[in-house]
Design a protein around this ligand. Structure first.
Ligand SMILES: [Zn+2]
Length: 418
């Protein structure tokens, strides 16, 4: 029997084959980073490996990925390829209101101007906004920034407005604070108490109540009371495992220092860390003294997280930026792996964002490439005192969601001569 040829069907099949060939990707990956030393603490990687990105995600971390498997590759020879850094203590509720300290004010800094150039891809504003003004912070800063901006909501409804606002117990509402956090999961990732200056545990109890209600961690900037409240009671009785003690290496009026006048680290501080309290740096403009940090480190108290406490009062002082603070700790004896871990996987765990802070395939491609410079450098604390050092970290390149967002020496650029 003669076969009847179905011409329309043949035509459609040919068109389909042609389209399939056309839609085959020309390259396996979008971007490859080659020849660098990968530091990924979560996955216990510290090795010469290549990394491939496709559709804004990390898809492979392997040896010898072919440079031709993507339209573009970055040569990271002699450099360190790390997850994008996370700064868990910053102040970014930037605005133009006068006399509002770190809430919708000039003193708080717009994130993108200070993050990518330092390898940061995620920044946490701690306490700038409270439940009353969080929506302003979200529309004004969070939604408009390329940096991933998260929030620790202040237990004070008005946020960090300074002055009388932060002393108002009647504006510390754990119920409303927790309720708002539940409406923004993954954006509001904890609660903050700061700057309260009374001999009173009520503010601490309120912020922890919010933490219990929303099942989120709290960060405490403790002190300001005369006589001083017991630091041992705060760390061992009040805070829960996973809560964050910031400004650890400070020596300021109104807060008991962790190292006493004889140079002895309080045993309760190590005990608290063992119990699971996160020891955070929160360098700031007044909260990091070598007089505290050097003996504390010598007696075993390494920080879990190395944050900046970024605002206009710290960025031009001894703090400068996150890489400068990490470099201080390098020169104080921490290893490169330890300082990178503190601001990647440990920071992600502290804010309970487990999809961040590592180079696991499937993660959004937030990556930084760091250089470790050798030379003669000086590091200054918040009393204005100096320590010399020989190592300094520098950010070469930052990728946010697979896109180059900072490139110091044009690693990802073609030569103009081409
Ligand atoms: Zn702060």
């Amino acid at each position: 029997m003669n076969k009847i040829i179905d011409y329309p069907l043949v035509f459609l099949s040919l068109v389909f084959c042609f389209l399939s060939v056309q839609s085959q990707p020309k390259y396996k990956y979008d971007l490859i980073i080659k020849n660098g030393t990968v530091i990924d603490s979560k996955n216990e990687i510290y090795a010469f490996l290549d990394l491939a990105i496709r559709d804004q995600k990390i898809v492979a971390v392997e040896k010898n990925i072919s440079a031709t498997a993507a339209p573009k590759f970055i040569d990271a020879k002699g450099m360190y390829v790390c997850p994008g850094l996370i700064d868990i203590h910053s102040h970014n509720f930037h605005g133009t209101e006068a006399d509002q300290y770190l809430s919708n004010s000039f003193t708080a800094l717009p994130p993108d101007g200070f993050t990518f150039r330092n390898g940061i891809t995620t920044i946490v504003d701690v306490g700038g906004a409270g439940w009353r003004n969080f929506k302003t912070f979200k529309t004004q800063t969070i939604d408009r920034s390329k940096t991933r901006v998260l929030s620790f909501l202040n237990i004070v409804g008005n946020g960090m407005r300074g002055g009388v606002y932060e002393q108002d117990l009647s504006d510390m509402n754990p119920k409303l604070t927790a309720l708002l956090a539940k409406q923004y999961p993954g954006v509001i990732v904890g609660f903050k108490l700061a700057h309260y200056s009374g001999f009173d545990w009520t503010p601490t109890d309120r912020v922890i109540e919010a933490g219990n209600t929303a099942n989120l961690p709290v960060m405490i900037d403790f002190g300001g009371s005369q006589p001083e409240l017991s630091l041992e009671k705060l760390l061992l009785e009040k805070l829960r495992p996973g809560d964050i003690f910031t400004h650890t290496y400070a020596h300021v009026n109104g807060r008991i220092p962790i190292v006493d006048k004889n140079g002895k680290l309080g045993a309760f501080v190590l005990k608290a860390q063992q119990k699971g309290i996160i020891i955070d740096v929160g360098h700031g403009g007044g909260s990091f003294d070598f007089e505290q940090a050097v003996p504390a480190l010598a007696q075993g108290l390494k920080p879990n997280t190395i944050s900046t406490d970024l605002h206009t009062g710290s960025m031009n002082g001894g703090m400068k930026n996150i890489l400068n603070v990490m470099s201080k700790f390098l020169n104080l004896g921490l290893s490169l792996e330890e300082v990178v871990r503190a601001n990647t996987w440990s920071a992600a765990q502290a804010i309970r964002q487990y999809h961040l802070g590592s180079l696991s395939p499937g993660n959004e491609a937030d990556i930084c490439i760091l250089n470790l410079r050798n030379g003669n450098f000086g590091f200054v604390d918040t009393k204005g005192l100096k320590m010399s050092g020989t190592q300094k970290l520098e950010c070469e390149l930052t990728l946010r969601s697979g896109k180059v967002v900072f490139d110091l020496n044009g690693l990802a650029s073609e030569s103009w001569k081409k």
